[in-house]
Design a protein around this ligand. Sequence first.
Ligand code: C5P
Length: 205
Amino acid sequence: MIIAVDGPTASGKGTISRALAAHYGLPWLDTGLLYRAVGRQLALNGGNPDLEADAVAACAFPDSLLDDPILRDEATGGLASRVSVHPGVRAALNKRQVDFANQPGGAVLDGRDIGTVIAPHADVKLFVTASAEIRAERRFKEMQGRDASVEYETILADIRARDKRDSERADAPLKPAEDAHLLDTGNLTIGAAVQRAIALVDAKT
Ligand code: C5P
C-alpha cells in the first residue's frame, strides 16, 4: 500500500504521516528533509539558492546531513523552498523518492508533490491543510519555547511567502491531486486528525 500525504508547511502532514506509517507498519519518508538537505548543503557551499547550477551542485549532499538537527530550522526551510523551484533539483531528488514509494510492501511519503508527481498511482492520497493563521499560531507556540524573541506576524509572513512560492512554481507545484482527500486540521486536535486519516485510509483499502 502506498500512502501519499501532501500539504503546506505546519499543516500537520508530518505528524499524520508518521502516525500512519506506525499504524500500518510501513516505512516513512519525509521528502521535505531531502530539499532541506539541499538548502543546507548550498549554504555550506556558499552558493546562491536562486542559481539553478548552485542548487543542483548541492544535491550531492552526504546522507549523514539528513540527521543534522539544523535541517529543522526555519532558515533551512526557507532555503529548501527556494532551491525546490529549480527543475534540476527536483529531477535530482526524484529517483530516490520514486524508489522509496515503490519498494515491495509499500510506503508512506509526505511532501508537496507525492500524489501528483512522485506516486500518482498511490492507493490513498491525503491533502492536509489548515489556514495560514492557524499554521502560524502552531509554529509560533512551538518556537516560543526555544526562542522568546519570535514574533507571530513574522512567522505568518514567512508561511505565506513559502505557500506562495510552493504553489506558484511551474514544476510540481503544491496542489491537491484530483483524487486526493482533503483533511482540514484547523479545528482538530492532532489525535483527532490522525484518527480521521486512519479512517480515510481504511475506507479506501
Ligand atoms: O515539508 P518541509 O517544510 O520540510 O519542506 C521544505 C520545503 O521543501 C518546502 O517548502 C517545499 O518548497 C520543498 N518541498 C518540495 N517538495 C516536496 C517536499 C518539500 O518542493 N515533496
